[in-house]
Design a protein around this ligand. Structure first.
Ligand code: 5GP
Ligand code: ZN
Length: 112
């Protein structure tokens, strides 16, 4: 992570500022800089990898941890009435940051 030229690793390291809403030893959640819904958070793990296809046991445990935390984080940040999770994978999905991240969208009725 230290020598990684990745914008989200830099956010984890505090080299780029972000509006953090949750942090623990394994993950960070912060507000998306260009929100696509009233509430738009990004959940990232403190382990740099790009795609679900790079999954191994440790990464599976990390994602399990992240998914277990997200419901409370969403509820605490204005998504009491539901929310949508999005994980863009690769070019056709429009992935722009190549550090696996989970979009948390809500705070309003979302269009499909
Ligand atoms: P992707 O398109 O890769 O699934 O999502 C990347 C997301 O990261 C986009 O929604 C974009 O707005 C957000 N983003 C990119 N750079 C930054 C940044 O420096 N800070 C924050 N908070 N969000 C960012
Ligand atoms: Zn990274």
């Amino acid at each position: 992570m230290k020598d990684c030229n990745c914008i989200f690793c830099k956010i984890i390291d505090g080299k780029i500022p972000s509006a953090k809403v949750y942090e623990d030893d394994k993950m960070l959640v912060f507000k998306d800089i260009e929100p696509k819904a009233k509430v738009h958070l990004l959940a990232i793990g403190k382990d740099h990898f790009k795609l679900l296809s790079e999954m191994d046991k440790d990464r599976a445990e990390l994602l399990s941890h992240m998914f277990s935390k997200i419901p409370q984080i969403a509820a605490d940040n204005g998504c009491q009435n539901g929310y949508r999770l999005v994980i863009n994978q690769g070019d056709d999905a429009g992935q722009t940051v190549f550090h696996l991240h989970i979009h948390i969208l809500g705070g309003e009725q979302l269009p499909w």
